[in-house]
Ligand binder design. Structure first.
Ligand SMILES: [Zn+2]
Length: 241
């Protein structure tokens, strides 16, 4: 078995851990990666009859029953219903240890102070009865026609830092904040087996935004051209074509 341990974990992982020992016995050709990534808690890949697994180090706390479940899962895949069920339950139980580490919130931009806009939006549209964290997020601009402007996840509203620009009107930043705050009020629902993020009720509320028409017009007609322009300018500065 080939064991790869992410650098930052190298001093804390005991290679004689019962899980690692058991996997060694059952899968002599396994490539096992132990990591601390928040985004991929457990992934398994089969290629040319070779199995590689990447797992979060929290699995090293697995008890006997969970170790058995993992062995079964690696042998049979998702078909192993009982094992998958146990593994999912284990992940759910540990999830707070993986995700709840508070990330740093960046609210002060060069042009817009998110906290200030948040307080304003909160009092105008939510009667001050909503409590979320706000932060800018930075994502590399790619040559795509789509860009994520805002995100909402577990009480945190994130606004793309590209909007922190004199070229972006304030009402548009407020509109993105408002939209993401609505996600806090209207959690994603399952309707006829489909995930519905923007229900009718959500869209109705969204239209209550004072500059709704201006904001949607700006998003459809001006936003992209601004980004394309910035990108081509950047490419020229970089000396690329
Ligand atoms: Zn949305």
């Amino acid at each position: 078995m080939k064991l790869i341990i992410q650098k930052k974990l190298q001093s804390s992982v005991d290679v004689a851990n019962p899980l690692i020992e058991t996997l060694k016995k059952h899968f002599p050709k396994l490539t096992l990666k132990i990591q601390a990534n928040r985004s991929s808690i457990l992934t398994m890949q089969h290629s040319f009859r070779h199995l590689s697994v990447s797992m979060h180090h929290l699995f090293l706390d697995a008890d006997h029953q969970m170790i058995e479940a993992l062995v079964t899962y690696f042998k049979k895949g998702r078909g192993a219903k009982q094992a998958s069920f146990l593994i999912n339950a284990f992940i759910e139980e540990k999830r707070h240890l993986i995700e709840d580490k508070k990330e740093a919130l960046i609210t002060q931009g060069n042009v817009y102070d998110l906290l200030e806009l948040y307080e304003k939006t909160k009092s105008i549209y939510f009667n001050d009865c909503i409590e979320v964290d706000v932060t800018y997020f930075i994502t590399p601009l790619k040559r795509r026609r789509h860009i994520t402007l805002g995100l909402y996840h577990r009480g945190i509203v994130k606004v793309n830092r590209v909007l922190d620009s004199v070229e972006c009107p304030q009402y548009f930043v407020e509109f993105i904040l408002y939209h993401e705050m609505l996600h806090h009020l209207f959690p994603t629902k399952m309707i006829n087996g489909r995930r519905v993020m923007h229900s009718k009720e959500f869209r109705r509320k969204e239209r209550a935004f004072k500059e709704y028409k201006l904001a949607t017009y700006w998003q459809k007609n001006i936003l992209l051209s601004k980004f394309l322009k910035t990108q081509s300018k950047k490419r020229k500065q970089d000396g690329r074509t």
